[in-house]
Write a protein that binds this ligand. Structure first.
Ligand code: 3PG
Length: 415
C-alpha cells in the first residue's frame, strides 16, 4: 500500500520545537508500579536520537482511565533518559502553564517529556480532524510547537487529538517507528499467502473480538487459535467452562463469541487443557475440571501441541497477545511454546504487541520472525485493511506541507 507521507528528512527540524507523539504505553507491575518492559521506549529512542538539534517534546498516553496502569510518565522519562544516555526532563503537566513554559525554555538538543496525555479529558475521546484541531489540547500546545512527528504506530487506530490534530496546523511527518512498520508490512504484503492462521491471546477481550471480525472480513483468518482471557471467553461460550471469568461486559462477550462460533464452527480452535496454580506450582487440567476460570494462568501442553501444528502449517501466521501469565516461569510454557512454533514455521510470521516482543527477546528468537511489531490493536486493523487515523493524518500533512517539484517547503510559509 503506497502511503504518501513526509519523513524526518523532508522537514528542517534543527532548532525547532518538535512535538513527538510516541506510544510508550507500557505494562506496569500491579504491586510495585514499575515498568515491566522497555520495548516501546527503545523504539521511541530511535526517533529522539535522529532529532539531535531539535527541542524535543515527547508525548504519550499510558493506560486507560480507571485501570491500574493509568499512571504518570515520570518513570518513563527516567527510563528513556537511561536508554538515550542523556537527560530527559519531565514535567508533571500536559498543557497547563508549567508545561508550556518548560516547552518554551527548551534549548536545542534538549528533550522534555510531558505527563500522560490521557490525564486530559479530550485525549480520551475520538474526533474528526477539524474538531481535533479545535480541541483545547491542540490549541494550547499548538502555539508552542513548530512541528510534529507522529511515531505512535501502535496508537494509529485512535483518532485522539494528539494523533490527528496537528497535521493541518504545523508541518508534520512520520517518525522512525512508523516508517519501519509500514516498510516491513509493505514487504510482507508482497509475499504473504494462505492459509492464514491468527493466534490471539491476552486480556483485551473487546479488542480481540473486533480483531476477529475485521480479520475474517478481510480473509485473513482461516483458523483462529485462542488462548489467554479471550480463549476463556470462547471456552465459556462453548459450554466448556464453569464459573465467571471476571471481566467487564463478560456476558455480552460470551454471546458474541457464541455467535461467531455458530456462524463458523470449524474456524475456531480452543484450548484442550489449561494450567492452574496448585501446590508445588503448575497443574494441567481439562477446562471443565476447574471450579473457577479466575484460576487459569496458562494453556496446557496438549493445547500447545495442537496450536503448534496449525502454526507450522500456515502460509501466513499472525500472533497477538500472550497465552498466559508468562512473567511467571511456571506459566510461561504456553507463550514460549507458541512463540517457538512461530519461529520454526515456514510461513510468513508476524508478531504483535510489546509483551510478545519482550518475550521473543527473552527466548532469543526474535530474529527468526519476519516482522515483530510493538503494536497491538493498530496492527490488527492495518492487516485487516482498515484506514488508520494516524496514517490519514500523515497523508493530509504530506498534501499540506510537502514539497512539490518547484515549491520550497511549505514549512517556511508557516514559520
Ligand atoms: C496499545 O497498547 O494498543 C495502544 O497504546 C493503544 O492503547 P488503548 O487500547 O488503550 O487505546
Amino acid at each position: 500500500m503506497a502511503i504518501k507521507m513526509l519523513t524526518l528528512e523532508d522537514l528542517e527540524l534543527g532548532g525547532k520545537r518538535v512535538f513527538l507523539r510516541v506510544d510508550i504505553n507500557t505494562p506496569i507491575h500491579p504491586e510495585t508500579g514499575a515498568l515491566m518492559e522497555r520495548a516501546r521506549l527503545e523504539e521511541a529512542a530511535m526517533t529522539v536520537r535522529d532529532l539531535p538539534k531539535s527541542r524535543v517534546v515527547v508525548a504519550s498516553h499510558q493506560g486507560r482511565v480507571g485501570r491500574p496502569d493509568y499512571t504518570s510518565l515520570e518513570a518513563h522519562a527516567k527510563a528513556l533518559g537511561e536508554i538515550l544516555g542523556r537527560e530527559v526532563a519531565f514535567v508533571p503537566d500536559v498543557f497547563g502553564p508549567e508545561a508550556l513554559s518548560q516547552i518554551d525554555s527548551l534549548q536545542d538538543g534538549e528533550v522534555l517529556m510531558l505527563d500522560n496525555l490521557r490525564f486530559t479529558a479530550e485525549e480520551n475521546q475520538e474526533y474528526k480532524p477539524d474538531e481535533a484541531e479545535k480541541s483545547h489540547l491542540i490549541r494550547r500546545l499548538g502555539g508552542h510547537v513548530d512541528a510534529c512527528v507522529l511515531d505512535a504506530f501502535s496508537t494509529a487506530h485512535r483518532a485522539s487529538p494528539t494523533i490527528i490534530g496537528f497535521a493541518g496546523l504545523v508541518p508534520t511527518c512520520a517518525g522512525r517507528t512508523v516508517g519501519r512498520e509500514l516498510r516491513m508490512l509493505d514487504r510482507i504484503a508482497t509475499v504473504e499467502k494462505g492459509p492464514y492462521v491468527t493466534v490471539l491471546g491476552g486480556a483485551k477481550v473487546n479488542d480481540r473480538l473486533e480483531a476477529i471480525d475485521a480479520l475474517i472480513a478481510n480473509g485473513r483468518a482461516d483458523s483462529v487459535l485462542l488462548s489467554g482471557v479471550v480463549g476463556l471467553v470462547f471456552l465459556k461460550a462453548a459450554g466448556k467452562l464453569r464459573g465467571d471469568i471476571g471481566v467487564d461486559k463478560e456476558q455480552a462477550f460470551v454471546v458474541r463469541a457464541r455467535r461467531l462460533m455458530d456462524d463458523d464452527p470449524d474456524r475456531f480452535v480452543l484450548p484442550l487443557d489449561v494450567a492452574v496454580k496448585a501446590e508445588g506450582g503448575r497443574k494441567e487440567v481439562e477446562p471443565s475440571q476447574i471450579a473457577s476460570a479466575a484460576q487459569v494462568l496458562d494453556i496446557g501442553s496438549k493445547s500447545v501441541d495442537r496450536f503448534s501444528r496449525y502454526i507450522k502449517g500456515a502460509g501466513t501466521v499472525f500472533m497477538s497477545g500472550p497465552a498466559g501469565a508468562f512473567e511467571w516461569e511456571e506459566f510461561s510454557l504456553g507463550t514460549e511454546g507458541l512463540l517457538r512454533a512461530m519461529a520454526s514455521s515456514l510461513g510468513t510470521t508476524i508478531i504483535s504487541g510489546g509483551h510478545l516482543s519482550t518475550a521473543l527477546r527473552k527466548y532469543g528468537i526474535n530474529d527468526q520472525i519476519d516482522h515483530v511489531s510493538t503494536a497491538g490493536g493498530a496492527l490488527v486493523q492495518y492487516l485487516a485493511g482498515k484506514r488508520l487515523p494516524l496514517i490519514d493524518a500523515l497523508e493530509r500533512a504530506a498534501e499540506r506541507w510537502g514539497r512539490s517539484q518547484h515549491e520550497p517547503l511549505k514549512q517556511q510559509e508557516a514559520a
